[in-house]
Design a protein around this ligand. Structure first.
Ligand code: SAH
Length: 205
């Protein structure tokens, strides 16, 4: 492991962002430099979001750590992601769950994510081009759903496509200020819990 990566991972553990051994091991294994633009490779192990293409961003490692931990990934999980972006969040999850379907609205980003995942040797992530707010009914219901773009509330089709007791996680709120929110689907409805303030790019249509 290179030293910048080692320092970052120790910081994420000390800061309480990374908690469980499986997730820590995965952070060590997946090269974030494969998911950033060539011009940003020197910053791959800074705890910062970085621009990718089309004004979008790869989330900061601490945010990917928090979201991954909150999803409580299991080896049998089938996961839906909304917003493939660079493919990094999906790459992290790929080592922790069975299969990920990730929807990306932007063709160029879908290709970028595809290339990044391929060069990292990841085979259990499928990228779908489309509007993720409609979900992906083909493989529903999902054990977990992760949104990496912001909306006012969880889109109804996503809640429908979640298993009972399944987890949906995403940034909810206004354009420049959201709260990372986790929902557990119960027969009676969604039980929501708010975690922390965050800023994600907005979900577009
Ligand atoms: N998970 C990504 C970060 C994604 S940034 C990573 O690890 O790098 C948010 C992404 O959501 C952007 O790529 C943006 O194009 C995408 N997006 C925005 N609206 C969308 C929609 N309706 N459906 C699918 N993707 C969308």
């Amino acid at each position: 492991m290179n030293s910048k990566k080692q320092v970052l991972i120790s910081q994420l553990i000390q800061g309480g962002w990374l908690k469980t051994n499986r997730v820590i091991e995965t952070f060590k294994q997946i090269p974030r430099e494969n998911f950033v633009l060539d011009s940003h490779k020197n910053y791959a192990y800074a705890d910062e979001p970085l621009h990718i293409l089309g004004g979008q961003t790869i989330s900061a490692p601490s945010m990917v750590a928090v979201m991954t931990e909150l999803l409580k990934p299991k080896a049998t999980d089938i996961v839906l992601e909304v917003g493939a972006g660079s493919g990094y969040q999906a790459a992290i999850l790929s080592r922790l769950v069975k299969k990920i379907y990730t929807i990306e609205l932007d063709h160029n980003l879908a290709e970028f994510a595809e290339r990044n995942l391929k060069k990292t040797g990841i085979k259990n992530v499928e990228i779908i081009i489309g509007d993720g707010s409609k979900g992906y009914a083909k493989h529903a219901p999902y054990d977990k759903i992760i949104m990496t773009c912001a909306t006012q509330s969880f889109p109804e089709p996503l809640i429908e496509q979640l298993k009972i007791n399944g987890i949906i996680l995403g940034p909810l709120g206004a354009e420049w200020h959201q709260i990372l929110t986790l929902g557990i689907k119960k027969k009676s409805g969604l039980q929501k819990k708010e975690y922390m303030a965050c800023v994600f790019v907005p979900l577009r249509h």
